[in-house]
Design a protein around this ligand. Structure first.
Ligand code: ADP
Ligand code: MG
Length: 143
């Protein structure tokens, strides 16, 4: 499935739509160049999960954990990771095995291809492509 969004608002909305489908335990892998819209999409997803902002980019943090205040069902935390500058080993040191794929967490990971070794086969892959200043192609299910 693929979409063309014509603004960052539309990309956020798409993130919000995905958020509604999430149950917990998902690992969402975002790929695509710098500026392609991975963080923008994640912001919409976080908003869709009713998480209060500000949603700063994890680029300078590597990982940002949002704990859910309203613990609806089992979901307790969202992990937003930027793997641009890290290796699999670093992610393991951050506790990857303790939270990734657990039913009480959702993991969103930008530049996931850089830590491919750690990504389970049931992960959701979404590819972002820059078309022009305003448009992005967003492809669900593509690495
Ligand atoms: P990435 O995380 O992939 O590096 P960002 O989401 O941080 O990308 O940046 C995307 C930039 O492109 C933002 O400045 C955003 O406002 C802009 N932009 C313009 N059009 C779009 C669009 N259709 N979808 C997403 N971002 C867009
Ligand atoms: Mg980003």
């Amino acid at each position: 499935m693929q979409f063309i969004t014509a603004s960052s608002t539309q990309t956020k909305k798409l993130g919000g739509i995905l958020a509604e489908e999430l149950q917990g335990g998902e690992i969402i892998c975002l790929t695509g160049d710098l500026g392609a819209g991975k963080t923008t999409f994640t912001q919409g997803l976080l908003k869709g999960l009713k998480i209060k902002g500000p949603y700063t980019s994890p680029t300078f943090n590597i990982m940002k954990v949002y704990n859910l205040k309203v613990r609806s069902q089992k979901l307790e935390a969202i992990y937003h990771i930027d793997a641009y500058r890290i290796k699999s080993k670093d992610l393991l040191n951050l506790g990857w095995k303790d939270f990734a794929g657990k039913t009480n967490s959702i993991v969103v990971i930008e530049w996931a291809e850089r830590v491919k070794k750690l990504i389970p086969t049931n992960a959701i892959w979404i590819k972002f492509e820059w078309i022009n200043d305003k448009e992005r192609k967003i492809i669900l299910g593509k690495k």
